[in-house]
Design a binder for this molecule. Structure first.
Ligand SMILES: [Zn+2]
Length: 170
């Protein structure tokens, strides 16, 4: 185990700056006392972090409260446990492994389904025609959005694709 405080801290932090998580060359590294020595902070590892010299200089002898504020101001991703109070709430995905369609895609999907339902037996029978039919809708979807909608239709079981043929279970 390295014995110099800076070496120890750098080792414990995996060579990354405590604050910005960027790999920290030793020449740029310095020991930051979270509670400043001037405020009766200790030299112990529990009060010290290794960070960029620039960050150390900025924090100077601020109070811990001021330092927390500085850090929070930089943390775009930080969220309190209630999820809603501090940052605009994002809908939580129920299945994080499967990307959920955006609401715009969902809207496009229901518009496409409504349009296809309205066509009765005149629905496009071929994938190529289905693509151009969807593209011709007033939704003005991009090629990527059209294929996303078609994928959704397939995964929802609304259409069955067999080669170039498409059949419907709307
Ligand atoms: Zn840093």
């Amino acid at each position: 185990m390295p014995t110099k405080p800076l070496d120890r801290l750098m080792f414990a932090q995996g060579g990354l700056c405590f604050f910005c998580n960027v790999p920290l060359p030793k020449a740029e590294a310095s020991v930051e006392h979270l509670v400043a020595l001037a405020r009766n902070g200790t030299n112990g590892d529990d009060n010290c972090v290794a960070c960029c010299k620039a960050m150390n200089a900025l924090l100077g002898s601020m109070s811990l409260k001021e330092k927390i504020k500085v850090v929070l101001n930089q943390k775009g991703q930080f969220k309190c446990p209630n999820g809603a109070g501090c940052t605009p709430a994002k809908p939580q995905s129920s299945s994080p492994t499967k990307p959920r369609a955006s609401s715009a895609e969902n809207e496009a999907l229901s518009a496409v389904i409504a349009n296809l339902k309205g066509r009765g037996n005149a629905r496009p029978r071929r994938m190529k025609t289905l693509v151009s039919t969807i593209r011709a809708l007033p939704l003005k979807l991009s090629g990527q959005q059209v294929s996303a909608v078609i994928q959704q239709l397939q995964s929802n079981g609304k259409i069955v694709v067999d080669g170039t043929q498409v059949s419907y279970k709307l």
